[in-house]
Design a protein. Structure first.
Length: 198
C-alpha cells in the first residue's frame, strides 16, 4: 500500500490522534520509536480490515511510524526486537523506505521462519533486492507452506530455468508420495515449461 492508502486505512480509527502525535514524536525524538511501535497494536486496533485481507489498523499505523523514523539501523532493531506483528510491519514497510539493501537481512530472516505472514511479506516488492537463489528458495517454500504464489512480486518476470527445475522436482516427489501440487504452482511450472519449448 502507498502512504496515502495507509493513511486512509487509519483515518477513521479511534487512535488516529495518537498516531499523529506518535509520528511527530518519532521525527523529533527517534529514540522513542520502540515503545510507540509496540504500543500501536493497542492504540490502533488489531481487528482485520474487511476490504483488505491480512491487514489491520495497527499494521498500517506501524508502517507510517516506520516512515516517520526512516533510520535503517533503528528499523532493523525494531524488527529484531519485535514480535511477529511488529516484524510483519517492518517487512511491509521495506519497499517504501529509503534504506537500500539494509533490509535484505530482515527479509532473509523472514524467509527462514515458519510464519506464513512473514514469508509472504518477504516476497513482496522488496524481494527484488534478494539474490536469485534466496528468492527461488522463498518461492519453493511458499509451495511447501501452502502460501498462494500470488503474494510473490514479479513472479513470472523472475522465474527462471532453475526455479522451473526445482518445482518440477518437487512435483515428481509429491506425485510419488500421492500428494498434489498446488494449482498455482502447477500453472507456473506449465507456463515456464511451455516458454522453454518455444
Amino acid at each position: 500500500m502507498t502512504p496515502d492508502e495507509l493513511r486512509a486505512v487509519v483515518a477513521a480509527v479511534p487512535g488516529r490522534a495518537w498516531l499523529d502525535e506518535a509520528e511527530a514524536q518519532i521525527r523529533s525524538e527517534p529514540g522513542a520509536a520502540g515503545p510507540l511501535f509496540a504500543r500501536a497494536g493497542r492504540k490502533l486496533g488489531r481487528q482485520p480490515l474487511p476490504d483488505r485481507p491480512g491487514w489491520t489498523p495497527a499494521l498500517a499505523g506501524r508502517i507510517l511510524l516506520l516512515l516517520a523514523l526512516g533510520d535503517a539501523e533503528r528499523i532493523a532493531q525494531l524488527y529484531w526486537q519485535g514480535d511477529a506483528a511488529e516484524r510483519l510491519a517492518v517487512l511491509h514497510a521495506l519497499p517504501l523506505l529509503p534504506i537500500g539493501d539494509a533490509g535484505v537481512p530482515l527479509a532473509e530472516d523472514a524467509l527462514r521462519t515458519n510464519d506464513t505472514r512473514l514469508v509472504a511479506a518477504a516476497l513482496g516488492p522488496y524481494a527484488a533486492r534478494l539474490d536469485a537463489a534466496t528468492w527461488r528458495q522463498g518461492v519453493v517454500k511458499c509451495v511447501f507452506m501452502g502460501i498462494p504464489l500470488s503474494v510473490v512480486d514479479r513472479l513470472d518476470d523472475r522465474a527462471d530455468a532453475e526455479l522451473t527445475a526445482m518445482l518440477a522436482a518437487l512435483a515428481r516427489e509429491r506425485a510419488a508420495a500421492g500428494r498434489r501440487m498446488p494449482a498455482d504452482a502447477l500453472a507456473l511450472l506449465n507456463r515456464h515449461l511451455l516458454r522453454k519449448e518455444d
